[in-house]
Write a new protein. Structure first.
Ligand SMILES: Nc1ncnc2c1ncn2[C@@H]1O[C@H](COP(=O)(O)OP(=O)(O)OP(=O)(O)O)[C@@H](O)[C@H]1O
Length: 600
């Protein structure tokens, strides 16, 4: 199960605002310039309308109520109602507009990330758990979306309102204006103190949530093993501990938040009280009119809401910054070299290749110089079949991995028809090679979709191909034929049925070279015969490399290569190897005693 290191990469970067990240984020908004400009325009218009409210209020008191001008009272009431209505209308448009910008930007990001993930080398997926990658595509993108939809423009709007109120206050009365600003240093101290604590707490909450997600992900995926080994109780306890950690952090955050809000209200109340007292004195001295005093008090009352809003939104900024760093970090992951998914459907001239394979002094390591293939040299001529045998971990699958260029070799060279495979574009190479691995991956969908891999094909054509392979019994056995629903990862299918799908996929693909990593799990003898015969038909006339575990498969091969710890120790035909005092001969004898030639 996951250890602490597993989560270390999910830690939120401590740096507050990263200029490079902000620039990249803005490059996304700039794609929607018109919507952005509309938002800014609404912010400015909204601020002006907002400031006009209290001003008209004061004006009405001084000129309408005090002077007894009833017609002015009517006009002002209508004007105030009009302003409020227009402002509300702008808020509706703004809210829709901001959500649209947020959604469009995040969709762009999600699509780019999804596309980028497809171009990453297999080694990336070895090192990065699925849960973490999915978190990038979901939680992190959602957090960035929040930044765009409720963060950026709202804060810009708040800043406009604060600046507008300060200017308006100073225009009305400089002394009272200066007095209101007295609250600012206290506000800054409070914001820094609470802000820092809320920020740390918020970061921890995010990390704890990531832990919860990863733990859930792993548990649900591995439910079979958990139930089989009665791990439910233990896992429940671990999950309880992680959730408890999260709860503690949440309660910390809630406490800070609960105290922060009233503190701001206290400062605001204190400032209003001072303005009321001092403004009242100035009114009594005849320096201020009643209208100006009321306008002033309304402005001061409205000054603190946007300040509180900005401090609260700071967390959204922090979260979004951290998420953006992680998303952009993933986008910067090195793509598979020499791989383009620009046009994966273009026709590759595969008929030009015959499929002669040469491995020449190949050395390969997954990690640094920990070589798992050492000085491997062999040749498979066009149309020949080679069986790779050897104990578990001897390097058989690694040979398939380097031939398909899922991993790049460190030394030596591999040739197909005399061309170094490094010079063949990966898309072309993979059109040429069909790889049937032990672990057949199935997608949720129908049987038809899993065979055709979601390409359009007439049922009659598909069935005739399956029939030519002699695999119709598999289709007939399925409840709804080609329409049979396959659940996620093919959980509702047997090993034999999965192999059947895998073989059918390959035949539709019609590659020149076939690599077949034979499944070790036993099938029923009848299914095995069907699959074996289909395999013969598929590999006929093709170059094939069989990672073999069954004697029946090996006997058919033109050549057998035995591997041990990444080196070729024996090579020859079945007869040649039997004549020698080879390991193969020992295995063969064992098989005659009734055991399979199991290489593992
Ligand atoms: N993705 C990987 N990253 C690091 N090491 C790996 C990776 N895949 C395999 N190895 C290591 O490479 C060595 C050869 O593995 P490989 O899968 O080629 O063996 P194999 O002969 O196919 O074994 P098996 O018959 O069990 O499938 C093993 O020591 C294995 O631990």
């Amino acid at each position: 199960m996951q250890n602490k290191d597993y989560f270390s990469k999910d830690r939120t970067p401590t740096r507050g605002f990263n200029r490079v990240v902000i620039r990249k984020l803005f490059s996304y908004i700039l794609r929607y310039k018109a919507l952005g400009i509309l938002s800014l325009f609404i912010v400015i218009a909204g601020t002006i309308l907002f400031l006009m409210g209290p001003y008209l209020f004061g004006y009405t008191i001084d000129h309408g109520i005090v002077n007894g001008d009833i017609s002015l009272l009517y006009k002002m009431a209508i004007a105030l109602f009009g302003i409020k209505t227009v402002r509300l209308l702008l808020i509706v448009i703004q809210s829709y507009n901001l959500q649209m910008i947020g959604q469009k930007v995040t969709m762009d990001m999600r699509m780019e990330l999804f596309r980028h993930i497809h171009s990453l080398p297999v080694s990336f997926f070895d090192k990065n758990p699925v849960g973490r990658i999915v978190t990038r595509l979901t939680n992190d993108i959602a957090s960035i979306s929040e930044l765009f939809s409720v963060g950026v423009i709202t804060v810009i709007g708040d800043l406009f309102i604060i600046a507008g109120i300060i200017v308006a206050m100073f225009l009305l009365d400089v002394q009272l204006g200066l007095l209101s600003l007295l609250a600012f240093p206290i506000m800054i101290i409070l914001a820094c103190w609470f802000g820092a604590r809320m920020k740390n707490s918020f970061r921890e909450i995010r990390r704890k949530l990531a832990q919860i997600n990863s733990y859930l992900n792993e548990n649900i995926t591995g439910m079979k093993v958990i139930q089989l080994f009665n791990r439910e109780g233990k896992n429940y306890k671990i999950f309880g501990e992680i959730s408890d950690d999260n709860l503690k952090e949440q309660s910390k955050y809630i406490t800070y938040f609960a105290i922060f809000q009233p503190s701001i209200h206290m400062v605001s109340g204190f400032t209003i009280a001072i303005i009321l007292w001092y403004g009242g004195m100035r009114y009594l001295d005849g320096v201020l009119t009643l209208g100006v005093l009321v306008t002033f008090l309304t402005y001061v009352q409205n000054l603190f809401d946007p300040i509180r809003d900005i401090i609260e939104k700071y967390n959204i900024f922090q979260g979004a910054m951290a998420s953006s760093e992680r998303v952009f970090g993933l986008m910067e992951e090195q793509q598979e070299p020499d791989y383009s998914i620009a046009n994966p459907y273009r026709e590759i001239p595969k008929k030009e290749f015959k499929g002669d394979i040469i491995f020449r002094n190949v050395w390969f390591a997954y990690n640094d110089s920990d070589f798992v293939l050492k000085n491997i040299s062999f040749q498979v001529k066009h149309g020949q079949s080679v069986a790779l045998v050897g104990v578990t971990g001897s390097g058989k699958t690694s040979i398939a991995n380097v031939l398909t260029r899922f991993y790049e070799i460190q030394k030596g060279a591999i040739f197909i028809d005399g061309i170094d495979i490094k010079k063949i574009e990966k898309i072309g190479l993979r059109y040429m090679i069909g790889y049937i691995s032990q672990d057949v991956f199935l997608f949720s969908g129908t049987l038809r979709e899993n065979i055709t891999l979601f390409r359009h094909m007439e049922d009659s054509e598909l069935l005739s191909i399956i029939n030519s392979l002699g695999l119709m019994p598999f289709i007939n056995r399925m409840q709804d034929g080609l329409d049979t629903k396959i659940s996620e990862r093919g959980a509702n299918l047997s090993v034999g049925e999965r192999q059947f799908i895998s073989l059918s996929r390959i035949i539709l693909y019609d590659p020149q070279i076939i690599i077949l990593d034979e499944a070790t799990s036993s099938m029923d003898p009848i299914s095995e015969v069907f699959i074996q015969e289909a395999m013969h038909k598929i590999t006929k006339g093709k170059t094939s490399i069989l990672i073999a575990h069954r004697l029946s498969t090996i006997l058919h091969c033109d050549k057998i290569i035995e591997l041990n710890r990444g080196e070729i120790i024996e090579e020859g035909t079945h007869e040649e190897l039997l004549k020698k005092d080879s390991l193969y001969r020992q295995l063969y004898k064992l098989s005659l005693k009734g055991k399979f030639v199991e290489s593992r």
